[in-house]
Design a protein around this ligand. Structure first.
Ligand code: CP
Length: 335
């Protein structure tokens, strides 16, 4: 049984087929792939786009969505094998996943890392436990990667740029008052490299390099496509000639859970907001962000309100690509 946990598990032709199918859904939203079926949407963290677009997408495909506020409204779950459950968790994932699988045909999960121990959290333990024990496909709605966002981004890039192979994609760290999850940044690296773009990572300091797992995956995908991955701390080098700019903020992994010590490095990125002067260095580049986004901290109003901004299209595409993903998983599961 195939899950949709990371785009690393899927081939580029498979992902392109989902994007192509999403374009058909954009033109003709109704379908019956989920007729008589149910989908559990488990949210351990807040959401506007993911929650709305999945719920509406399930409805448009003829199904029923069970939206679970999983932090507070469902029982705390243990994921360790052989745990003596004398702490907070009231049930084990082995029961939770199998029981939910008797009710629904797909399980989608949003569970951000807790900013405690990256060595453990980089293994994405909760969604992996659900994927091991569920008997229906599991979809990642953002954990340490955000694969649905990846497809929405690539669909928006292709709509604006045409064939993206060989085009220059800049992933730039942008300021934010708080350290954030690396999921969307990891995902931007994965999808741009998988689709053959030249990927530039612009960071205020080397401490903002992303986890080696994603850096090396992007290097491998670029090598396979004949493109390249480069890392720079120089905004002029990063922006020069770029065809697409993607802004995201994240916490530096060497200071994971110890954010006070990160502050001096974060200060080095104070000038990293995406603004008109930086965009003028690009090759008439487009710009996007996964949203939510702090205006005039991450991206200047003038850029967000320009025709170059793809963030609204990218957000709309979440609805279309997620329907394509659900349809594909149901078909693959032979349901
Ligand atoms: N981009 C995204 O996942 O948005 P939400 O956090 O609002 O779902």
């Amino acid at each position: 049984m195939r899950h949709f946990l990371s785009t690393e598990d899927w081939s580029r032709p498979d992902l392109q087929a989902m994007i192509d199918r999403a374009r058909l859904f954009r033109d003709s939203p109704a379908g019956d792939a989920l007729k008589g079926k149910s989908v559990a949407l488990m949210f351990f963290n807040p959401s506007l786009r993911t929650r709305s677009s999945f719920d509406i997408g399930v409805h448009q495909l003829g199904g029923h969505a069970v939206v679970l506020d999983a932090r507070g409204q469902t029982w705390p779950v243990e994921i360790e094998e052989g745990a003596v459950m004398d702490g907070e968790p009231e049930e084990h994932v082995k029961e939770a996943a199998r029981v939910l699988s008797r009710y629904v045909d797909l399980i989608a999960i949003r569970c951000f890392p807790k900013f405690q121990d990256w060595t453990a959290e980089r293994e994405d333990p909760l969604i992996m436990a659900y994927a091991r024990h569920a008997t229906v496909p599991v979809i990642n709605m953002e954990t340490i990667v955000h694969p649905c966002q990846e497809l929405a981004l690539m669909m928006a890039l292709q709509d604006r740029l045409g064939d993206v192979r060989g085009k220059d994609f800049l992933l730039t760290w942008v300021p934010h008052p708080k350290p954030l999850n690396t999921a969307v940044a990891n995902s931007a690296l994965l999808i741009a490299s998988k689709f053959g773009m030249n990927v530039r990572l612009l960071i205020p300091d080397e401490v903002y390099r992303l986890d080696e797992r994603y850096m090396s995956a992007a290097e491998r995908f670029c090598a396979e496509a004949g493109s390249r991955l480069t890392v720079t701390t120089d905004p002029e080098e990063g922006y020069s000639g770029a065809h697409a700019v993607y802004g995201k903020s994240w916490g530096a992994l060497p200071f994971y859970g110890n954010w006070d010590a990160e502050a001096p490095f974060r200060a080095k990125g104070a000038g990293f907001m995406i603004d008109d002067a930086k965009m003028a260095l690009t090759d008439a580049g487009v710009v996007s962000h996964c949203l939510p986004m702090r205006r005039n901290v991450k991206i200047a109003d003038s850029v967000v309100d320009s025709d170059a901004f793809l963030g609204i299209e990218e957000a709309e595409n979440r609805l279309h690509v997620q329907k394509a993903i659900m349809e594909r998983l149901i078909a693959d599961a032979g349901q």
